[in-house]
Structure formats: structure tokens, C-alpha cells
Write a protein that binds this ligand. Structure first.
Ligand SMILES: Nc1ncnc2c1ncn2[C@@H]1O[C@H](COP(=O)(O)OP(=O)(O)OP(=O)(O)O)[C@@H](O)[C@H]1O
Ligand SMILES: [Mg+2]
Length: 364
């Protein structure tokens, strides 16, 4: 699962990538600095891991990760191939969620490709390009389906009406994610087409240092503009946080963060939110060798979750021993949880919960 950083050129996408990841992306004050996407594996900050570490005292601790991709800037006309648009849109299509960066800071030294700071206009520019690309996808499909529908094929007629609904929404400047479908129609006709504007989105307002905590007028405008989308809006002083992230010393980083009024980096919150946006949750394994966070889709069954560790675990799944995180912490050890009768023994239909501490039994 990966989240892609999307936005106009020169708004701070690579700088954001550098806040999140230790893989350094080139960032510079000129549009189209990034051409090839930068990919980084980012640890998901989780205080529960340190708590488990304290209790279990393992040899090592391994956090969950999420892949972040820094993509080239899109411009007006990208869907028609402008500014290598087709390649960039292809890069976006390969991601599972979108982090849309909006420039929300004034700074005459940093070039804006459209001449002035205006996050609402910028958002529309990007949205329109993504929607036009999806329109191309839906048109292509409609052409095929229409032929079959004309021959009286009932299934094709149903598909045609769903696609027509999508086309209509896109032409009105709406995104596919805003259209309501029945569960069946969605699974059958919509999901397989992998529309870009169907991917979950989160807006990242890139602000100046002084607006890191309370935002600014641009952020207010963004919140107002997206309030019907039900999307997360995150405020982040991307430039400042990237600088802080450069420091090796933890104490020093904390000091600079406190200077701008933050207790933890905004980027930590961003990663946790991205993780949720990707519909992922964490379960843990806890042993003397290793305490580890694993990522699984919300709603996974125990064997599916086991399959994240190894496909053999899924194939040969027998049962799982499960301890809720809260129980582990309040009883203090696996043995004590067992003594208290709080450890569950679950079969293959068990739906894994966020924070479960799991031990899988399987045969190979
Ligand atoms: N909050 C901020 N305040 C001031 N300057 C910033 C801020 N965020 C980023 N910058 C500066 O903006 C310039 C562009 O940043 P960056 O290279 O990250 O943009 P980009 O979106 O990746 O651009 P491209 O699409 O060209 O790859 C850099 O000089 C960076 O230092
Ligand atoms: Mg860049």
C-alpha cells in the first residue's frame, strides 16, 4: 500500500517527502525539480510499541511502515500530456491514496507557477486534471459497453447507466469518490477501473513556521472549500519540519519543535492519518526476540493477517491466540493475561482488531 504526494510544481512536495522519509529527495526552488518519483518507506509512529518494548524487553522493535511516493508536479493541461502529464498521472494511478499538497504560505522568493498564492484555485487545477484523466477512462469504457448494451445485454445496460452517472459527475467537476453507488455496482463496475479521483484523499496545507499551530487565512479557505468532501485537512510547516528532520540529535529536534509550538512533528500525525486513509490497521507480535507491528487491512480475518507475516501462516492456519493491547498493558505480561483467562483462542473467522497482540499456530 502506498500514498502518493500530489500537487502543483514547486509547492513543497519533495520537501514534505523529506520531512517524512530519510531517503532524501531533491527539492529546489524551481518548477519540475522532480521528474522521476521518489519512493520512501516511512515508519508509522506508534506509542504502543514503546509500551510493549518496556514490558517485553525484546532484542529488537520493528515498527509498521507505509510507502510514500513523491510525484512530479502537475500543471494545467497535464491530462492532455502537458508537462509530461501522462507519465505523472500514470504515477498517481499506481498509488492507493493521495496526499494533496497545497501551498498556503506567502514568500516572494518561491516561484508559484500560476503567479500568486491561491490554494483554492490550485486545488481546482489539480482536481480538474485528475477528473479529465478519469473522464478519458470512463469514455473509453463506455464506448465498448454501449455496443453490448445496444444488443440488449442486460448486464451491459446496467454498466452503461453506472458509467454514465460517473461521466456526468466528472463533467460537472465532481470526483468519482463523491458519487454514491450500490455496493455491488461499485465492486463490479467502478472499482476495476481504478479511477484516480476515487482514491481517498487528504489535504496538506503547507504553511509558514508561524502558522504551524493555528493555521492562517489560506488554511481557513481550504477548510471551507473541502468541508463537503469529508476529507482530512492537515496543517504542516513543511519547510521548517524538513529542516528540523535534518538534525541528528533527538533532543535538539524536540527543542526546535517546541519553538514552533509543537509537541510532536506534524509529519507524525500525517503518517498516522495516511495509514488510516489507506484503510490499514496494526496488530502486534510480541516475543523476546522481537516486538513488531504488522499492517493489515481493516476487516482482515486472522488467517489473512497471518498471511502478512508469511503465506505459509495463512495456508496452514490452525488458530490464533489473541490478547487485546489494553489487557496486555494492564496485566503486564502474556503469562498474567493467560492466568486471568483474558487470552482469546480464535479460529479462522476471527476479525482482527487494531492493537491485537497475536500468536499464530499453523502447520506447514
Ligand atoms: N513552507 C515553506 N515555506 C517556504 N519555503 C518552502 C516551504 N515549503 C517548501 N518551500 C521551498 O519551496 C521550494 C520548492 O519545494 P519542493 O522542491 O519541495 O517543491 P515540489 O513541490 O517538490 O516541486 P516540483 O514539483 O518541482 O518537484 C523549495 O525551495 C523549498 O525549500
Ligand atoms: Mg519535487
Amino acid at each position: 500500500m502506498k500514498a502518493g504526494i500530489v500537487g502543483l510544481p514547486n509547492v513543497g512536495k519533495s520537501t514534505l517527502f523529506n520531512c517524512l522519509s530519510n531517503a532524501k529527495a531533491q527539492s529546489a526552488n524551481f518548477p519540475f525539480c522532480t521528474i522521476e518519483p521518489n519512493v520512501g518507506v516511512v515508519n508509522v509512529p506508534d506509542p504502543r510499541l514503546s509500551k510493549l518494548e518496556e514490558l517485553v524487553k525484546p532484542e529488537r522493535v520493528v515498527p509498521a511502515t507505509v510507502d510514500i511516493v513523491d510525484i512530479a508536479g502537475l500543471v494545467k493541461g497535464a491530462s492532455k500530456g502537458e508537462g509530461l502529464g501522462n507519465q505523472f498521472l500514470g504515477n498517481i494511478r499506481e498509488t492507493d491514496a493521495i496526499l494533496h499538497v497545497l501551498r498556503c504560505f506567502d514568500n516572494d522568493n518561491i516561484v508559484h507557477v500560476d503567479g500568486s498564492v491561491n490554494p483554492i484555485r490550485d486545488k481546482e487545477t489539480i482536481d480538474i486534471e485528475l477528473q479529465l484523466k478519469d473522464l478519458e477512462t470512463v469514455d473509453k469504457k463506455l464506448e465498448k459497453v454501449k455496443k453490448a448494451a445496444r444488443t440488449g445485454n442486460k448486464e451491459a445496460q446496467k454498466e452503461e447507466s453506472v458509467l454514465a452517472q460517473i461521466k456526468d459527475a466528472l463533467e460537472q467537476g465532481k470526483s468519482v469518490r463523491a458519487v454514491v453507488f450500490s455496493e455491488e455496482d461499485y465492486a463490479e463496475f467502478v472499482k476495476p477501473l481504478q479511477f484516480i479521483t476515487d482514491k481517498p484523499v487528504m489535504y496538506v496545507c503547507n504553511v509558514d513556521e508561524n502558522s504551524a499551530v493555528s493555521g492562517n487565512k489560506y488554511v481557513d479557505q481550504v477548510r471551507e472549500a473541502v468541508k463537503e468532501e469529508n476529507a482530512e485537512v492537515l496543517v504542516l510547516a513543511v519547510g521548517t519540519e524538513a529542516d528540523i528532520n535534518e538534525l541528528d540529535d533527538y533532543e535538539e529536534r524536540q527543542m526546535f519543535l517546541q519553538d514552533i509550538g509543537l509537541e510532536e512533528p506534524g509529519s507524525s500525525k500525517l503518517i498516522r492519518t495516511a495509514y488510516k486513509l489507506l484503510n490499514q490497521q496494526t496488530y502486534f507480535t510480541a516475543g523476546k526476540k522481537e516486538v513488531r507491528a504488522w499492517t493489515t487491512k481493516i476487516g482482515s480475518t486472522a488467517p489473512q493477517a497471518a498471511g502478512v507475516i508469511h503465506t505459509d501462516f495463512e495456508k496452514g492456519f490452525i488458530r490464533a491466540e489473541v490478547i487485546a493491547y489494553e489487557d496486555y498493558v494492564s496485566y503486564g505480561s502474556e503469562t498474567k493475561v493467560k492466568e486471568a483467562g483474558k487470552m482469546g483462542v480464535e479460529g479462522k473467522n476471527y476479525i482482527v482488531k487494531d492493537g491485537d497482540i497475536m500468536h499464530f499456530l499453523f502447520n506447514v
